[in-house]
Ligand binder design. Structure first.
Ligand code: MN
Length: 203
């Protein structure tokens, strides 16, 4: 199982971190060990002093494939959830400044949080899918799939130019504006529309 992540897929988020809006999707990966197993406590990592949440819609790959054309891409995922791409922002800034890879900031153990799955068909007829993140009961991020620079299908097509898609792979589709810091004791809850799909306390 692979975890694909898309960076800078919302204009407002790219700008809030001082990045250019990308001319093609920014793709990076997390290893399987990045996924927090269900029921496991999430501990604030000792190597960072600036842990950020990034709430994102997540797709589950349902079909193996390579070189998937965009017009067929919707056949390659069947479930959707919401998750967090946890980021050690201080480490990422340092790596970006040096032009080094991001893994120490993004791909560490338990840096990927995943909510419960819903069938994609529940949402596929809608023009957009709204999602949000609450911190201690207050909404801190609000996203809407219609604001993505690169659509689900474009992302699937782009990823599959470089990597074989395999059943069970996950795709984190990028975070909207409003990323911010978390501290031990904070409770994060992720929603698609009004439905809570995960709730997590930072220990
Ligand atoms: Mn992200």
């Amino acid at each position: 199982m692979k975890i694909f992540c898309i960076g800078r897929n919302y204009v407002a988020h790219a700008l809030e971190l001082g990045n250019d809006v990308p001319e093609e999707p920014v793709i990076f990966l997390k290893p399987k060990s990045a996924l927090l197993p269900l029921g496991t406590q999430f501990n604030y990592p000792e190597f960072t002093n600036e842990l950020h949440y990034e709430c994102e819609l997540v797709l589950r790959v349902s079909k193996n494939g390579r070189y998937v054309p965009e017009r067929h891409a919707s056949k390659y995922y069947d479930a959707i959830s919401v998750g967090i791409d946890f980021t050690a922002r201080d480490i990422q800034q340092e790596l970006k400044t040096k032009g080094l890879p991001w893994e120490k900031a993004k791909a560490w153990d338990h840096s990927a949080i995943l909510g419960s799955w819903r069938p994609f068909s529940d949402y596929s007829a809608k023009p957009s899918i709204e999602f949000s993140l609450q911190k201690d009961g207050e909404t801190v991020q609000k996203g809407d799939s219609s604001l993505m620079i690169y659509s689900f299908n474009r992302i699937v097509a782009e990823i599959s130019k470089y990597f074989t898609l395999q059943i069970g792979d996950l795709i984190f589709t990028g975070t909207p504006a409003g990323v911010g810091e978390v501290f031990p004791g904070d409770v994060l809850e992720g929603f698609i529309e009004n439905e809570s799909l995960f709730k997590l306390e930072v220990k």
